[in-house]
Design a protein around this ligand. Structure first.
Ligand code: COI
Length: 383
């Protein structure tokens, strides 16, 4: 049994006309609905104050622990409007489970999974007019989060914690989402190490990714791709998305869990793989294997997956060549050549356009989410 989130409606909701204009071009993460769900945890009283009320700022003491030590976690999931007007969440129990795992890693209190789902469902019910009628891949993005709000500067787990869910109408995360993105393979920055917080969805992982993301942009790439922190050269994830590769002999390969985020979309794709003639394999992939495999046609497609980004084709990789690196057969870059260009290698995946299976998988996931095809796994949760 979940705890009920008592509803207090906003006295000043956004007008229907303004809301319609926002829903016509929502972008990503720019606009917010009229309400938010919240609850507070204290070490003495446990969870209390579950409610859905007007969207409003938090009042925090400047010493609130989250502002200093980043004791914070979050989730991302979406509500989809189906053709008959009904509204559905996609795999909210998977997000609830991961939220609990992140809480344990950050030593935050665990919110019961059924309360996580109830908070999301009640918020979507109250803000139902904000769920877009999809013209493309619009949805209502939900952002549950939890943070240490206790006013105290000592380094220990907070005795007071806030939980909240906000909602934001969303279009595609990347403008170039369907045409494909390029990834910069960073040799400067690592995302996570064994025993660290890499598997948790905590704000610190994303703060640490910003310099790496800037480095990627400076090299003309859309996103960063991390290698492991131990210097083995194994691919990890792109920071906001998991990485998946398709081989010429029909394998869907993705780095194994451990220091990467256990993506819900990643898991969805591994489950759907066999319907597309693909065998799912979770294993280490080394950067040398990627370079050789893309060049010789072993890796025929690549894509990134996440709730916000859905399935985003990867059309190329770029990175810094190592000393003495003479390039891999078929690299389209300049590793091994004289001059400044010797510093980099570039790889084009396939013919540089989104792969056929990638597009198929993307459509399959979206078709389930929007109720256009069967949902044999029971992933949809009606609001
Ligand atoms: C998501 O895909 O939901 C994410 O959390 C990635 C990003 C927007 C932070």
């Amino acid at each position: 049994m979940s705890t009920e989130f008592a509803v207090v409606r906003s006295g000043r909701p956004v007008g229907a006309e303004e809301r319609a204009a926002i829903l016509a071009a929502p972008g990503f993460g720019q606009y917010f609905t009229d309400h938010m769900a919240s609850a507070t945890w204290t070490v003495d009283g446990g969870w209390a104050g579950h409610r859905v009320g007007p969207l409003e700022p938090f009042q925090l003491h400047p010493s609130a622990a989250v502002l200093h030590y980043a004791q914070e976690i979050f989730e991302g999931l979406k509500a989809y409007r189906h053709g008959d007007g009904s509204v559905w969440l996609f795999r909210p129990e998977a997000n609830a489970r991961r939220f609990a795992q992140s809480a344990r890693r950050l030593d935050l209190p665990v919110l019961p999974e059924e309360d996580f789902i109830a908070s999301c469902a009640t918020l979507v019910e109250v803000d139902e007019p904000w769920v877009p009628v999809p013209a493309g891949e619009e949805s209502l993005y939900l952002r549950p989060f939890m943070f240490a709000s206790e006013a105290f500067l000592g380094v220990r787990s907070a005795a007071r914690v806030e939980y909240a869910v906000i909602a934001s109408p969303a279009g595609p995360y990347f403008e170039s989402g369907v045409t494909g993105v390029t990834l910069w393979v960073s040799s400067t920055y690592a995302r996570a190490s064994e025993g660290g917080t890499g598997a948790a969805k905590c704000g610190g992982n994303y703060a640490g990714s910003l310099a790496a993301q800037r480095e990627a942009a400076e090299h003309g790439c859309d996103q960063v791709l991390y290698l492991d922190s131990a210097g083995k050269g194994n691919l990890e994830e792109s920071g906001t998305m998991n990485l998946l590769l398709i081989t010429s002999d029909g394998h869907l390969v993705t780095p194994e869990l451990g220091t990467i985020l256990a993506g819900v979309t990643r898991d969805t794709l591994l489950t759907l793989a066999d319907q597309h003639g693909l065998t799912p394999i979770e294993r280490s992939v080394n950067i040398d294997e990627l370079r050789t495999g893309v060049a010789d046609g072993t890796f025929v497609e690549a894509f990134a997956a996440g709730t916000a980004a859905v399935v985003t084709p990867i059309t190329g990789f770029k990175g810094e060549a190592r000393q003495g690196d003479t390039g891999h057969a078929g690299d389209t870059g300049h590793a091994g050549h004289a001059g400044d260009s010797a510093r980099y290698y570039e790889l084009t995946v396939g013919d540089g356009t989104p792969g056929r299976k990638t597009v198929e998988l993307r459509e399959h996931v979206l078709d389930i989410q929007y109720g256009r095809t069967e949902d044999p796994h029971g992933w949809l949760h009606r609001v």
